[in-house]
Design a protein around this ligand. Structure first.
Ligand code: SF4
Ligand code: SF4
Length: 478
């Protein structure tokens, strides 16, 4: 019995794609077919369309999305973020991570199978080209096993050229998300001679991208991806995963159309291996939850097709939690889900609040360091201030400063104030107040920062005057 258990669990001793001698086992997955694969196709081609079209979309002359790390400018759905908004950006990223964690606790690795760019590029772009050029899984295996001939040479050469060209196009689109499509088109139309270093850099990035999809493939999900590595701590018995219903499927036995399986006390699994043949990570889902499984659902489709043929109900492999299979129960709302939900709601409220108080212009007004009040004329005192303005938009903005008329008037030095897009502007100005209004040594003043008739910000500052006693004496002597 002990020997049997050891043999049963031996698949856990090594990664499915590494042979006992340590060599890589190349995976030749069969092309999946079925209802879920159709939905995944629709999802994948929609996401690819979004990926390739987004860099061309502009909002008010700016890209819809931009992640310009070099110049520290980010545009997300047309909203411009500058370094001053970094806290919102970081909070949004944290919220996204909490969302992914919460989603994983409940729905397992569904993100990997349906949305992850690695899966979408691999299964719906590169793999489809491979099927087109080299044929289905069995043809690919035979092609690799045989020695080089003309047929193998042209198929392999064509495949790798197409792979590399797609990689080159893709990295240019990735670049468009960093520097904008206009700059990318300028770079391309100028030709490699205009910027040889940049062009060589793109060729190198394209080569890395090509290697990921031509060589590394499922190793990214199994060994490299940190999200994949986190599954062990995120999943529990209530998480919904692609699972094999061992209660219904075992004991497995080959199909015999003349036999009544119920009477023969055999499970519904006909041990046809179809679920293994389609798996892009080369595992057997009947061994239970494994770190290699990316929840791509290919085995669900494969098994459903088999169940149809042997006249058994579909769903021997399905989305289900370990608990629901073992105990026949439904998903339970546990403490961990509650905790993540509360944290996620709190973060969403905080981000909403920060967005609501976010202004296009951020301003600070400071009295000139070391300065006191000045006699402006016989009736007025003045204070000198500097204003610092950050224009967080992608257009130049004229700025005007206003105060309540009873408080006095403002004299800008250097003419009207204009702050260039994405830049910091500075100016100096005098605030002039009637002496009769200066009854305290520090008078509170409220400035309004206006642009194009719209109030952008409100800032409080103080006006320094002679202390109350001095001011009274001064008025008496007048
Ligand atoms: S076991 Fe099934 S769901 Fe998991 S990776 Fe393989 S085919 Fe996809
Ligand atoms: S496809 Fe279904 S019936 Fe065939 S081996 Fe896999 S689980 Fe068993």
């Amino acid at each position: 019995m002990k020997e049997f258990e050891e043999e049963e669990e031996s698949f856990r001793d090594r990664v499915s794609t590494i042979a006992e001698d340590g060599k890589r086992l190349w995976v030749y997955p069969k092309r999946p077919q079925g209802k879920l694969f159709k939905y995944r196709n629709l999802t994948a081609y929609f996401l690819l369309f979004v990926f390739f079209i987004t860099p061309f979309i502009k909002v008010n002359g700016d890209p819809l999305m931009l992640f310009n790390i070099l110049e520290r400018q980010f545009i997300i759905f047309g909203v411009v973020f500058f370094p001053q908004d970094f806290h919102i950006f970081v909070l949004s990223m944290i919220t996204f991570i909490v969302f992914v964690v919460l989603f994983t606790v409940i729905f397992g690795r569904i993100f990997c199978g349906w949305i992850c760019p690695q899966t979408i590029f691999m299964e719906f772009l590169y793999r489809q080209i491979e099927y087109f050029i080299e044929g289905n899984h069995s043809h690919q295996r035979k092609l690799d096993d045989r020695s080089m001939d003309f047929d193998k040479l042209w198929r392999k050469t064509l495949k790798h050229i197409v792979f590399y060209l797609i990689s080159l196009v893709t990295v240019y689109f990735f670049l468009a998300y960093i520097i904008g499509m206009d700059s990318v088109l300028e770079h391309i139309s100028a030709g490699p001679a205009a910027n040889p270093a940049g062009f060589i850099g793109m060729l190198i990035f394209a080569a890395i991208h090509y290697l990921v999809f031509a060589k590394l493939r499922e190793q990214v999900c199994i060994i490299i991806c940190p999200y994949g590595r986190l599954q062990g701590v995120l999943l529990d018995r209530n998480s919904i995963l692609v699972s094999y219903d061992y209660k219904r499927g075992e004991p497995r036995a080959k199909y015999n159309p003349l036999e009544d399986r119920d009477k023969a006390v055999k499970g519904d699994c006909v041990d046809c291996n179809s679920c293994v043949l389609v798996c892009p990570t080369g595992i057997d889902i009947r061994n239970g939850t494994q770190l290699e499984c990316i929840n791509c659902t290919a085995c669900i489709d494969a098994c459903d097709n088999v169940m149809d043929r042997v006249h058994k109900p579909k769903g021997l492999i399905r989305y289900a939690s370990e608990r629901s299979i073992a105990e026949g129960t439904k998903l339970k709302f546990n403490i961990r889900i509650l905790f993540y939900s509360v944290v996620l709601s709190g973060l969403l409220i905080l981000i909403g609040y920060l967005f609501s108080i976010r202004t296009d212009i951020e301003s600070t007004i400071l009295r000139m360091p070391g300065s006191m009040y000045q006699e402006y004329d016989s009736l007025h005192y003045s204070n000198i201030y500097t204003i610092r303005l950050i224009n967080k938009t992608r257009r130049d903005l004229p700025v005007e400063l206003l105060i309540d008329e009873k408080d006095g008037f403002i004299k800008m030095m250097g003419g009207p104030l204009m702050v260039a897009k994405g830049q910091v502007g500075k100016a100096t100005f005098l605030l002039v107040m009637e002496k009769s209004m200066v009854t305290k040594s520090l008078t509170e003043i409220e400035f309004k920062v206006m642009s194009n008739g719209r109030e952008m910000d409100e800032i409080e500052a103080t006006f320094v005057g002679p202390n109350a006693l001095d001011a009274g004496k001064a008025r008496e002597s007048e």
